[in-house]
Write a new protein. Structure first.
Length: 202
């Protein structure tokens, strides 16, 4: 009887010790896994801005929003005017209204202005100057990019072609936050972009 009690006690003690060791190992594994999981790890502001820069680059924002000059390899971004939109001091070019009435779309040589059946639209200033998105909230930015609202405000017109906002309507919250953080971090450029020209005033 004593042997049976001793055996049962020993078996319980060994099982308990094994359980403790197993739980400890699992905790360590989970902690290591959490460190390696990018969704769990804390994102630093620098990483957020870098992610935003990457997204702005691959999404082609500079294609239309950055003024350019002709270089050896074609149009090249003017660094000091990057993402500042159609230059306010640039004379407006005349578009062939006959072709536009036939349904054609046309671009200014550096793509910062476009004309079509919607009239003439100008690429916006995306820098953190007050003439750009300096006073915008993140919510405004989100609404502009995902709902196509002018200046991200309710009861305003839709963003005009060629702005492909419908392509961005499914951007994740993290991506939108990263893009906004990056745009707020770049050099502000004072530039009041012209208002849209309606078809009847072209």
């Amino acid at each position: 009887m004593k042997k049976s009690i001793f055996f049962a006690f020993t078996l319980t003690a060994v099982s308990f010790a094994y359980c403790l060791q197993s739980c400890s190992d699992n905790k360590e594994k989970n902690a290591t896994h959490a460190k390696q999981d990018p969704e769990v790890s804390r994102v630093l502001p620098e990483d957020t801005i870098k992610r935003g820069e990457y997204l702005v680059t691959v999404m082609g924002c500079n294609d239309c929003h950055s003024p350019k000059k002709m270089g050896a390899n074609g149009p090249e971004i003017i660094p000091e005017l990057m993402l500042s939109g159609y230059p306010s001091d640039r004379p407006l070019v005349k578009f062939d209204s006959k072709l536009i009435k036939s349904g054609f779309g046309m671009f200014y040589p550096d793509l910062t202005a476009a004309a079509g059946p919607w009239g003439v639209s100008f690429a916006a200033n995306l820098t953190p100057d007050k003439t750009g998105i300096g006073d915008w909230t993140e919510q405004q930015f989100r609404k502009a990019l995902t709902q196509g609202k002018f200046k991200g405000l309710d009861n305003t017109r839709s963003l005009l072609p060629p702005m492909p906002w419908t392509n961005y309507s499914s951007l994740s919250d993290n991506d939108l936050k990263s893009i906004f953080a990056y745009l707020k971090s770049i050099k502000p450029v004072k530039n009041v972009v012209p208002n849209h020209v309606s078809p009847d005033k072209m």
